[in-house]
Ligand binder design. Sequence first.
Ligand code: NAP
Length: 267
Amino acid sequence: MPKLAFIGSGRMASAMVQGLLRSGACQPSDITVIGGQDNTASELSQATGVRAVTSPLDLLAGADAVVLACKPQQFAGLDPAYAMLARGKLVLSILAGTRLVSLSKFFNGARNVVRAMPNTPGAVGQGITAQCSVVALSPEDALIVQSILSGLGRILELPEAMFDAVTAVSGSGPGFFFEFLAAYEAAAVELGFTPEQASLLSRETFRGSLGLLAATRETPDNLRTQVTSPGGTTKAGLDAWASAQFRTTVANALIAAQRRSAELGKA
Ligand SMILES: NC(=O)c1ccc[n+]([C@@H]2O[C@H](COP(=O)([O-])OP(=O)(O)OC[C@H]3O[C@@H](n4cnc5c(N)ncnc54)[C@H](OP(=O)(O)O)[C@@H]3O)[C@@H](O)[C@H]2O)c1
């Protein structure tokens, strides 16, 4: 496994480092990390045994691939020395909204630049990450990228033109899901349950429904039809949703998120 250098050692970098070590793709001595003002790099080093450094030169000397995992606004102020030190190396960025053209402009001597869009469940290894690259990945670089990103969960290769849509569907998706769950639990409390009972009933219902979906390999539409008897309770609830334009509301949320992603990408 090549030597990896992480610019940023926060939540997502930690999830990737832990995934790399867990899978055996890397030994702690293969990985070097750097942070900003706080202690994230030394904390990650203490937790995993990877090497924490404080200078770009120490970070990139001997590294084969660079993982950019700071915040997008921190990238804007990144030490230009990184660009020179990253010449000939593979660069993989997980910065939300930062396009390949901007990454390639900064890392202008990199052998290839990969852009990835993870989501928050990646912090516990259960996310989904979209990836694209400036030029097609060599088999060796594809393996490196796979090893790094698989610590965050599943991976899907997509053209960069789809990244605003990815940002809407899987990037903002956890936020949409948590808002739905919060609304559902609040509505359950209104029916007379305690908050604890409401959250247990709601969360187990959705956890079990996802389990059923996976076990049966049915479509959500088929499973919904199976529990919707004519004149029954589910039908009454679904009719209330239909009259409030539920599907249009969901579609509008995705369209709004996609548009906002496109606006932010131009800013
Ligand atoms: N969290 C998500 O679900 C998610 C989803 C999609 C994309 N992303 C992207 O993932 C990236 C990281 O997110 P995160 O949640 O892991 O953020 P985070 O926990 O705040 O981590 C940011 C890291 O960057 C370090 N840093 C700050 N300035 C730096 C500098 N000048 N040089 C090197 N390192 C520096 C910070 O160090 P100190 O704190 O020690 O100063 C910290 O280790 C972001 O670009 C975000 O857009 C995240």
